[in-house]
Unconditional design. Structure first.
Length: 180
């Protein structure tokens, strides 16, 4: 589910995926080793060529306003592993803003170069015993939360901050990471 945030270049995305490779299904005759559906929440920045200008503050805001008190969600608690310094700085910024250590999971620089979008957020996995009706209820709840997030009045970074960031980077590297 994609819910664009009007006028921002960002989208709230919820996706559900089954991570078991098709070729492994036949090997699991007794059902052991099955994983549940993985549900992912992302704040997606679109039409970019780099993750440098990603708005970590907005991700933290959405977390605090809409997800921090959803105690029923079994978040995966593994902290994100970032290789690039600006992504490490972004994850550190999330912690400064009071976000949990696992927020910031996602796809940055490589994804920007591949698809023109950057996506960071969090994820959880439903138990393999989850019935289709239960999974549909969870996904419906996620859609409602995502829709509310996209309507949040606070927009990502102030335009002046983005322009200053782009200007600062354009003198050094020649690539601000944002198209346009």
């Amino acid at each position: 589910m994609d819910a664009p945030i009007p006028g921002s270049g960002y989208t709230v995305r919820w996706e559900a995926t089954e991570s078991l490779p098709t070729q492994d299904v036949g090997k699991l005759v007794d059902g052991s080793g099955l994983g549940g559906v993985e549900v992912r929440f992302f704040l997606v920045q679109q039409h970019v060529t780099s993750s440098k200008a990603y708005d970590w503050d907005h991700l933290a805001l959405l977390w605090q306003e809409y997800l921090a008190y959803e105690g029923w969600i079994p978040w995966r608690l593994h902290p994100p592993r970032k290789k690039l310094q600006w992504e490490k700085d972004g994850v550190a910024r999330l912690k400064e803003l009071g976000a949990p250590a696992f927020l910031g999971y996602g796809f940055g620089e490589g994804q920007a170069k591949l698809s023109g979008e950057v996506r960071f957020g969090a994820r959880f996995v439903l138990p393999p015993s989850t019935e289709l009706k239960e999974a549909a209820e969870v996904l419906s709840r996620m859609a409602v939360i995502g829709s509310r997030m996209a309507q949040h009045a606070t927009q990502p970074q102030a335009k002046e901050a983005v322009i200053a960031l782009i200007d600062g980077e354009s003198h050094g590297s020649g690539d601000a990471g944002v198209d346009g």
